[in-house]
Design a protein around this ligand. Structure first.
Ligand SMILES: Cc1cc2nc3c(=O)[nH]c(=O)nc-3n(C[C@H](O)[C@H](O)[C@H](O)COP(=O)(O)O)c2cc1C
Length: 179
């Protein structure tokens, strides 16, 4: 399976959690990793190149720090620019049909906080709904997400353990992931 991971971190140089996750998956030869903010410092996304790359990969992972209960802005722009009518959705827009998508995020909040009544009120599954609907509108297969909670306070050991689990998660078969 060909996997492309699109990392969207506004300041990967200052990151701890996303850097550790990225380093771990970079050991796998079948995983192609890209750094969106590094690739597009001027935010001019090459739509043709992005669409061509999407066609080449079976599974696409979006890895990002959770910012204001959503993804960082360049990734939102990537969705806006790349998932075009007539290409990703709408009549004849079936290029992403059957492709698998996974969201991988790191949060400042704890798992305990992300629930009804908790400090962050909602689960990550609930907060991911707009992105899930976007993928589903494009006929993609939305697979279970990988969340690293408490990323700022977590020890290096915890983050390394998460990175190991992350590597497994994104390489796991669809059948294993959905059951
Ligand atoms: C602008 C901004 C917004 C943030 N919003 C949230 C948020 O809504 N929920 C949350 O749990 N953490 C939030 N955080 C914390 C980050 O998610 C956390 O610092 C990051 O995941 C740690 O990963 P890193 O070490 O790779 O930067 C926010 C941080 C910043 C800078």
């Amino acid at each position: 399976m060909k996997i492309m991971v699109i990392v969207a971190h506004p300041n990967l140089g200052a990151s701890r959690a996303n850097q550790i996750l990225k380093t771990e998956i970079s050991k796998e030869s079948n995983i192609f990793i890209r750094d969106l903010y590094q690739e597009y410092p001027n935010w001019k996304i090459d739509i043709e190149k992005e669409q061509k790359l999407l066609l080449e990969y079976d599974r696409i992972v979006f890895q990002f720090p959770f910012y204001w209960y959503s993804c960082p802005p360049l990734l939102k722009k990537w969705f806006d620019d790349v998932l075009q009518f007539g290409w990703a959705f709408g009549p004849e827009g079936d290029n992403l049909k059957g492709k698998e998508f996974i969201l991988a995020t790191t949060t400042g909040g704890t798992e305990h906080a992300y629930r009804a009544g908790g400090r962050d009120w909602f689960s990550i599954s609930e907060l991911f709904k707009p992105i899930q609907a976007t993928i589903m509108r494009c006929n993609g297969t939305f697979l279970p997400s990988f969340i690293t909670y408490n990323a700022d306070r977590g020890s290096d050991e915890y983050l390394l353990d998460q990175a190991e689990k992350y590597k497994k998660h994104i390489s796991e078969s669809l059948e294993e992931l959905v059951r």
